[in-house]
Design a protein around this ligand. Structure first.
Ligand code: PHE
Length: 352
């Protein structure tokens, strides 16, 4: 019997088979249990002889089962580890990477061109005082021009002051020209003494939405203040900038007289392009597209900023970054710039 049971223990291939062997030997009606029960019906002499034999058998079978159990458990663990092994040489599944948004890419390109031309960068806050956005820039008080900008006004504060979401980057002209300024966070432009040569990239806001307008858009402002600055400097700067930005000497431009309260004379600049094929192509065609406003800084603005117009002159310009991006990359609708559609971004090569 012992040899049979021990062979069965050794032959058990898994935990379930081993348990079956245990039950058949040591379970309620197992073979060894039956032997143990039979002790009760024996004479004392017989029992003295058979008792230790049967108990010894039970102990040896129990020990064999325990040993086999350990072996099986170790094998099971090995198999599990082998099955769960990580193969570090397998190629990783593809993952989407983020990328620079077209507007920021265009902004960087524009800043790089101006930096090469000797401009430094100044920044101002999105929430601006009515004074910096309008008054200091020579917008008369209560003048319809303030409403003309489709301004987002903030509620009046405790001092009765009504802040605005800046409608253009021009208020940063005021911040830069004010030689003495309030204590501001380091990223906000502080006053500088002339000569001044800065560009101001930033977000701007107007209540406007159609194919060529979005309520939030981006501008780059330029400001140069020095002695004996004239329109020729302005024209050269903008033409040089545009041909470098569009990476072609063939950019044809024109200046149209215009009106801004903060420049005199003022102009708008158009680029010649071809709009016949749906998308806009620069360097060909007979159409014109307005891309920026500019002019000579108005003497009142210089005075409002503490500069003597008989000593200092300058020019300023402000152009739409998103609009120039749309032009360079041939995108038909400005609003797509801010729709966050990954398929659109991929189409224009902005996402891998
Ligand atoms: N701030 C003007 C606009 O947003 C552009 C401009 C800037 C015009 C500087 C003249 C000088 O339309």
């Amino acid at each position: 019997l012992e040899a049979d049971i021990l062979a069965a223990v050794e032959g058990a291939g898994d935990a379930a088979a081993l348990e079956a062997v245990r039950v058949s030997a040591l379970g309620k009606s197992g073979s060894i249990s039956d032997l143990l029960k039979s002790l009760g019906g024996m004479s004392p002499d017989e029992r003295r002889e058979r008792g230790p034999q049967i108990n010894g058998l039970r102990d040896r079978v129990q020990a064999a089962i325990a040993a086999r159990k350990q072996v099986l458990e170790a094998a099971e663990l090995d198999a599990k580890l082998a099955a769960e092994k990580v193969d570090l040489t397998l190629p990783a599944p593809p993952r989407r990477k983020g990328s620079v948004h077209p507007t920021m890419q265009v902004m960087d390109e524009m800043i790089a061109v101006f930096a090469e031309m000797g401009f430094s960068v100044a920044e101002g806050p999105d929430i601006e005082t009515d004074f910096n956005n309008f008054t200091a820039l020579n917008f008369p008080p209560k003048h319809p021009a303030r409403e003309m900008h489709d301004t987002f006004f903030l509620p009046e504060d405790a001092n009765g002051e009504r802040k605005v979401l800046r409608t253009h980057t021009s208020p940063v002209q005021v911040r830069v020209m004010h030689a003495v300024n309030e204590k501001l966070p380091s990223w906000i432009a502080n006053g500088q003494e002339p000569p001044i040569r800065v560009i101001v990239p930033g977000r701007t806001f107007r209540k406007d939405s159609d194919q060529t307008h979005t309520p939030m858009f981006h501008q780059i402002e330029g400001l140069v203040i020095d002695k004996a600055i004239h329109m020729g400097h302005l024209k050269w700067t903008l033409e040089t900038f545009l041909s470098r930005y569009f990476e072609t000497p063939e950019v044809v431009t024109r200046f149209r007289p215009h009106h801004f309260p903060f420049t005199e004379p003022s102009a708008e600049m158009d680029v010649q392009c071809d709009r016949s094929g749906g998308e806009v192509k620069i360097g060909q065609g007979t159409d014109w597209l307005e891309i920026l406003g500019c002019g000579m800084v108005h003497p009142n603005v210089l005075r409002n900023c503490g500069l003597d117009p008989d000593v200092w002159q300058g020019f300023a310009f402000g152009c739409g970054v998103d609009r120039l991006g749309v032009l360079k990359y041939g995108m038909p609708d400005l609003r797509d710039m801010f729709a966050s559609d990954v398929r659109w971004l991929e189409h224009y090569g902005f996402s891998p």
